[in-house]
Design a protein around this ligand. Structure first.
Ligand code: SF4
Length: 367
């Protein structure tokens, strides 16, 4: 059973001298497509890159254990924002964590993305660091943070990462790998956010740009905050082709248009990559990871939600476009599940992030 490597012994066993990409995540390594870094890792592996995963690092030695990656470190808090994972809405510390071996909430730091980038920067000078996942994605502009009760800057500035990938991230992450491989700039990629000290060049070309109220304005003016949030939400449609700019102190946070949704073939291929659907033995030996139980025999059939409800972040992440897998692909995944020794005859779920919107994208919709 092949997992992506997470220990030095696995690298030695596979005769890998240097990995191309290493993901650092706040969840245990569960090799299942419901886990973002497993999905991106398998996708990059299918494109020929050597990928490793370091889950829940506690110190610099942990982030050093697979060496320095040739292309970049990818950092995520895990499947949940670390502040949501660590605290209740009434700001009480959560005791349990279904994404941690043994279920005890003692492995994920608060503001995990910032903490992990700090560890990487201490361990490896000048390595490229890409942040992504739900925590980075939803904190990409100035945002209100319930736990500190204040408006925080973009997590890209607070973490000092090189680039932020927002949304589901497949095309942007592969594009970053390709560009770094060929020595090109990673500026200007759809589905990413960067920061700049000047807008020279950005507004002279064909880009349509939208300036939203600055960090300083949204800190003191709730109407400005509302306008910023509305503009960012309405521009999550990739076909609008808008670059969003927000000034934060003397820098500009620049969001390039969202990545186009994957096509049906791409989604089919993604979910049929060789996931083991198990917890990596290195983490399993430390205790049961409960989160696998609810998804091990579930199947993703669709992405996106056209509901676009004001209180929900889903369309900010998956867009309002519905993409459905083919029936053949879903049936092939069913066949694979039924061959697993743990299978007891029940597929627990076939669906997506919301109500059943399978096959309901409008053919003539452009935006
Ligand atoms: S997932 Fe549900 S709450 Fe969120 S936008 Fe869709 S319909 Fe609305």
């Amino acid at each position: 059973m092949n997992f992506l490597p997470t220990t030095f012994d696995e690298l030695k066993g596979a005769n890998i001298k240097q990995l191309d990409i290493i993901f650092v995540t706040g969840d245990a390594y569960v090799d299942h497509p419901s886990f973002g870094v497993a999905l991106l890792g398998r996708l990059l592996e299918s494109k020929g890159y050597k990928v490793g995963i370091i889950a829940q690092p506690m110190n610099i030695e942990d982030v050093k254990r697979l060496g320095r990656p040739r292309l970049f470190f990818g950092v995520a808090s895990g499947n949940v924002d670390s502040m949501v994972a660590n605290y209740t809405a009434s700001r009480k510390k959560r005791r349990s964590d279904d994404y941690t071996p043994g279920g005890i909430n003692n492995r994920r730091p608060d503001r995990a993305v910032i903490q992990y980038v700090n560890l990487i920067r201490q361990a490896f000078k000048d390595v490229v660091v890409v942040i992504g996942g739900i925590e980075a994605s939803l904190r990409r502009f100035a945002h209100y943070d319930w736990w500190s009760d204040k408006v925080r800057k973009s997590i890209l500035l607070d973490s000092k990462a090189d680039i932020l990938v927002y949304g589901m991230g497949e095309t942007a992450t592969v594009e970053i790998a390709k560009r770094l491989e060929s020595g090109q700039s990673i500026d200007g990629i759809r589905g990413t956010v960067v920061w700049k000290s000047s807008l020279n060049g950005l507004e002279n070309g064909s880009n349509k740009s939208l300036h939203v109220p600055s960090y300083e304005e949204v800190c003191t003016d709730t109407d400005a905050y509302g306008r910023m949030y509305k503009d960012v939400s309405l521009m999550t449609d990739p076909f609008k082709e808008i670059v969003i700019i927000q000034k934060q102190d003397n820098r500009y946070v620049v969001q390039y248009p969202p990545a186009f949704p994957l096509g049906q073939n791409e989604l089919d291929e993604l979910y049929l990559l060789p996931y083991t659907r198990r917890v990596h033995p290195f983490y399993e030996a430390q205790g049961n990871v409960k989160a696998i139980e609810t998804v091990r025999f579930s199947i993703t059939s669709v992405r996106g939600c056209f509901g676009n409800c004001a209180f929900c972040a889903l369309s900010n992440h998956q867009t309002t476009h519905i993409v459905s897998r083919s029936e053949e692909s879903i049936l092939e995944e069913v066949r694979r599940l039924t061959k697993m020794p743990e299978f007891r005859g029940t597929i627990t779920d076939v669906g997506g992030p919301t109500a059943n919107m399978y096959g309901s994208e409008c053919d003539v919709r452009q935006s």
